[in-house]
Design a protein. Structure first.
Length: 144
């Protein structure tokens, strides 16, 4: 997969949806399994925001699925090649700039700002609306 080759040796920021798809066997699993294998091998490093942790834990909590919640915590908080970045002042400031410039919603602005703060080369999402952002490469799963 050409898109994965472009990311080798780099940092990718993951939006919430790709992580849910991967962990819960959803859409685009054929594209995400090789990505997570490369992350696990250290050939690609991954970052995401604490917003992702919040978003992925909602359904496991609703369903009382502690095992899935623990799996999300393991991948986000214990993986050596996956860094979760808190919403610090610089992230918030850049997120506000992105909201003003592109009219995107706050969670997306925080996610993309986190990508930039975390020196990511690309932001992986499944929200095609984010392709209007030109400050970082946006990779949309549906477009692959």
């Amino acid at each position: 997969m050409e898109w994965l080759n472009r990311l080798e040796g780099k940092i990718v920021c993951l939006d919430t949806a790709p992580l849910i798809y991967y962990m819960e066997g959803g859409l685009h699993l054929d594209k995400l399994e090789p990505l997570f294998e490369l992350i696990s091998e250290g050939k690609i490093n991954a970052v995401t925001s604490t917003i992702t942790l919040l978003e992925v834990l909602v359904q496991p909590y609703r369903r009382g699925n502690d095992e899935l919640a623990d799996s999300y915590r393991d991948i986000l908080l214990k993986s050596k090649n996956f860094l979760i970045i808190p919403v610090v002042e610089e992230v918030s400031d850049k997120a506000a700039e992105l909201r003003a410039k592109y009219g995107i919603k706050t969670p997306y602005a925080i996610q993309v700002s986190t990508a930039m703060f975390g020196d990511a080369s690309a932001f992986l999402t499944n929200d095609g609306e984010l392709t209007k952002i030109k400050d970082i490469e946006i990779i949309v799963l549906d477009d692959l």
